[in-house]
Design a protein around this ligand. Structure first.
Ligand SMILES: Cc1ncc(COP(=O)(O)O)c(C=O)c1O
Length: 364
């Protein structure tokens, strides 16, 4: 079976180094918030090109704690997209704030920034653009809109570690950047993990406290905090994988370029990339009116393709927020994510592409 994402292959690529790193932590006897987390935070901040990063327990927590650090909660509104992982919205709503959705651009899947100003109210406190699938949002316009309307800008970079907008890394252009290290992500741990990036010393110091009960150095709670710590083993694993992240993103781009090559001149609509963007290809999402049949045909041939996502967040029972999102509701019917991970072989990409094409010729 060729999987859609393959964290085990990633592990096997660096097995010896990862085992050594884990063993070092086990032998140290220090398992929570120690030297590995500190070193990872420094290295990750350098990678993203910001002054600070804070390791937390997940990408969801990264968003939740970012909002908390900005004192956003009950009575506030946060603008985001519904074409995203549920986590983006659950983190907003968990603070007590209300998620307000804007539609996405049909060709790029990212937030349609031209729709933002019509939903800004006097309750709006922040915008959370999602660099979905690894394609950066239009950050110049987002920075301008946030500045003009006095709103915080929090980047959801969960799917986009390693992506760039005009040569700047995602996570370096908003007030805060939120990353997930879920095992299948571009930078994946061997369990849950996340990080927040920022250039603000004040937010950095507040977030260090918020992730641990709001404690200051004397273990006095200065804020109503939370427990969301990145553990030492995950940090040690992430430090190994971070060394290869740039190269892994290049490999992801190589896989994508082969899909473009093999699937060009077909009826599949292939993902488009804006000139200003370096795509991190967390996912390679094509569009087809015959999505369910293609998916089934691939599955019959031991290829696992997936749908990200077959329901927009506002269509879920728990988040039935009234929204006018015609593009979001349209694309969920024909998107299909083909397998993509750095270790995927050329012959596999060719086989997957051929199966897609063969399916089409069989059908005709
Ligand atoms: C866009 C987006 N935001 C947030 C998250 C949440 O990350 P985590 O699963 O680490 O909590 C995810 C992960 O699925 C995601 O894809």
């Amino acid at each position: 079976m060729i999987l859609c994402a393959n964290p085990k292959e990633q592990y096997l690529s660096h097995k010896d180094e990862i085992k050594l790193a884990i063993d070092k932590v086990l032998e140290s006897g220090w398992y929570i918030l120690g030297q590995e987390v500190k070193a990872f935070e420094k290295e990750f901040a350098n990678f993203v090109g910001v002054k600070y990063s804070i390791g937390v327990a997940s990408g969801t927590d990264a968003i939740f704690l970012s909002l908390k650090a900005l004192d956003i909660g009950t009575g506030d509104e946060v603008i985001t997209v519904s074409h995203t992982a549920t986590a983006t919205v659950s983190a907003i709503e968990a603070t007590g704030a209300k998620a307000i959705f804007v539609d996405v651009e049909e060709e790029y899947f990212t937030m349609d920034v031209s729709k933002i100003e019509e939903v800004i109210t006097d309750k709006t406190k922040a915008i959370i653009p999602v660099h979905i699938y690894g394609h950066p949002c239009d950050m110049n316009k987002l920075q301008k809109i946030s500045k003009e309307n006095n709103l915080y800008l929090i980047e959801d970079c969960a799917q986009a570690s390693g992506a760039k907008y005009e040569d700047k890394d995602v996570g370096s252009m908003g007030d805060l950047g939120c990353f997930s290290f879920f095992p299948t992500k571009n930078l994946g741990a061997l369990g849950d993990g996340g990080a927040i990036t920022t250039n603000s010393k004040e937010l950095y110091e507040k977030l260090l406290m918020l992730r641990q009960y709001g404690w200051d150095k004397n273990r006095e709670s200065k804020f109503q905090g939370y427990n969301s710590r990145l553990d030492e083993i995950q940090a040690a694993v992430l430090r190994v994988k971070l060394k290869y992240l740039k190269q892994d993103i290049e490999k992801r781009n190589k896989v994508a370029s082969l899909y473009y090559k093999y699937l060009k001149d077909t009826d599949f609509i292939l993902p488009k990339v804006k000139d200003s963007c370096y795509h991190a290809y967390h996912l390679f999402v094509i569009k087809t009116d015959n999505r369910d049949k293609v998916l089934k045909f691939l599955e019959e041939n031991n290829i696992m393709a997936m749908i990200h996502y077959d329901k927009a967040v506002h269509m879920n029972e728990a988040y039935k927020i009234y929204s006018n999102l015609s593009i979001t509701e349209k694309i969920i019917n024909n998107i299909l994510s083909l397998p993509l991970y750095p270790e995927l072989k050329n012959e596999d990409i060719k086989q997957i592409s051929n199966l897609c094409i063969n399916y089409k010729s069989l059908k005709e």
